[in-house]
Ligand binder design. Structure first.
Ligand code: SF4
Length: 404
């Protein structure tokens, strides 16, 4: 029985689910940013750049510990198919710091020769020389946070780069040999009109990139946007406008050859994010660095959030985990279904049954019939996926489908 990597992924590999469950994807969190964007609630810090080197040293220790924790029963290092540098702004690290982290991953895990190695970058922090260095160090996928091609909107968001920087960074990355590039954009922004959004999508298409992630703005508590929204100083786009923007982008990108393989993600065939598919297929991953989450060995756990405390713990050779929960079988089944239904392919029913020794229909029981009868799900041979209407309702379908 094979599944998981869709036939068109970059690796073009399909592997048995039991084999994939033996692997671990690696996430490395780099929490530094030049300044905080006005909407951001990630675990990131401005004004801490001097901590970069001690933080990298702490990461090297944690990677060693994680390698030991995840070793296979015979003592061999565990196989890893993807490495992802997320943040924060990983492009604030020097090439040699990224190289040392990658070396530690290679020393402690059996990293696939053709592993997908992604680094998130801010277009305002990239130089040509750095991009050439990153490519030579083994990074083979770049993910850039661009958010908009409108200069005024970028200012509103508190981004440090201009529209021109985005184009320049993508051109430089392509010249440096990156053949797999993602760019993130946001919709539903305060003051953003359909005209702004159309222009952003057109300029994004002009970049000839392989992957686009499009997110609607979410106002998170504790951010300047949260305060400004409550004070009436800004008004985010309403639900109808957001739905129109999403639909417009989907149609335009589809016409340009992109496939909407997950709710917020579009790629040219063969360029889906293998790392993110790890999450959507509920496969094991280890997150390293401050605040990083892991899902491994029937547990979900997360690290201490503050860089200084993280560095102190690793100096003392202390495992930086601060929170942990056991994931029981029912929860694992629910989550596997919930995550797979976010993808365009949907849930592969035979794989679900092979993984949990229980057919999905038996697990979901009457709830499945009710949701199917309401026209929110559709079946195609071995696959179960959200119908068009189900996609619009999203979370409500999951709530109706899954046990309490
Ligand atoms: S660059 Fe990214 S991680 Fe850093 S503050 Fe802005 S949105 Fe957050």
């Amino acid at each position: 029985m094979t599944i998981i990597a869709p036939a068109t992924t970059q690796s073009a590999k399909t592997e048995p689910i039991q084999q994939l469950l033996e692997t671990v994807s690696l996430y490395v969190h780099i929490p530094f940013c030049h300044t905080r964007c006005h909407y951001c609630d990630f675990n990131t810090y401005a004004g801490m750049l001097p901590l970069r080197e001690p933080y990298v040293r702490a990461l090297l220790s944690e990677i060693g510990m994680a390698g030991a924790l995840t070793k296979l029963p015979g003592g061999k290092p565990r196989r890893s198919r993807t490495i992802f540098f997320g943040g924060g702004t990983p492009s604030l690290l020097s090439v040699s710091q990224v190289s040392r982290i990658l070396d530690a991953c290679y020393d402690n895990f059996a990293v696939d020769e053709d592993a997908e190695i992604t680094l998130e970058a801010n277009p305002g922090t990239l130089s040509r020389e750095q991009l050439v260095g990153l490519r030579a160090a083994g990074v083979n996928r770049l993910s850039m946070g661009a958010q908009s091609f409108d200069a005024e909107l970028l200012k509103t968001l508190g981004r440090i780069h201009s529209p021109k920087d985005i184009t320049q960074a993508v051109r430089d990355a392509q010249a440096a040999g990156f053949t797999s590039i993602n760019v993130d954009f946001m919709f539903g922004l305060p003051g953003q009109t359909m005209r702004h959004w159309r222009e952003t999508i057109e300029r994004a298409l002009d970049l000839h990139i392989e992957h686009l992630s499009l997110y609607s703005l979410i106002i998170e508590e504790g951010t300047p946007f949260y305060t400004w929204t409550h004070e009436g100083r800004i008004t985010p786009g309403d639900e109808d406008l957001c739905a129109d923007m999403y639909e417009y982008a989907d149609e335009r990108l589809h016409a340009a050859g992109y496939v909407n393989y997950e709710i917020s993600n579009w790629s040219l065939p063969g360029f889906q994010s293998r790392h993110n598919l790890t999450y959507w297929h509920n496969l094991p991953y280890i997150g390293m660095g401050v605040g990083a989450y892991s899902s491994f060995g029937g547990r979900r756990f997360s690290n201490v959030r503050e860089p200084a405390e993280y560095i102190r713990m690793l100096k003392a050779q202390q495992w930086p985990e601060v929170e942990s929960e056991t994931v029981d079988k029912a929860q694992a089944m629910s989550e596997t279904a919930f995550l797979a239904l976010r993808t365009a392919q949907g849930l592969h029913l035979p794989t679900f049954e092979q993984r949990f020794a229980l057919p999905f229909a038996q697990f979901a029981g009457d709830r499945l019939h009710m949701v199917e009868e309401a026209g929110l799900l559709e079946r195609e041979t071995e696959w179960l996926r959200l119908s068009k209407r189900g996609r619009l309702l999203g979370n409500e379908v999951f709530l109706r489908l899954l046990p309490d």
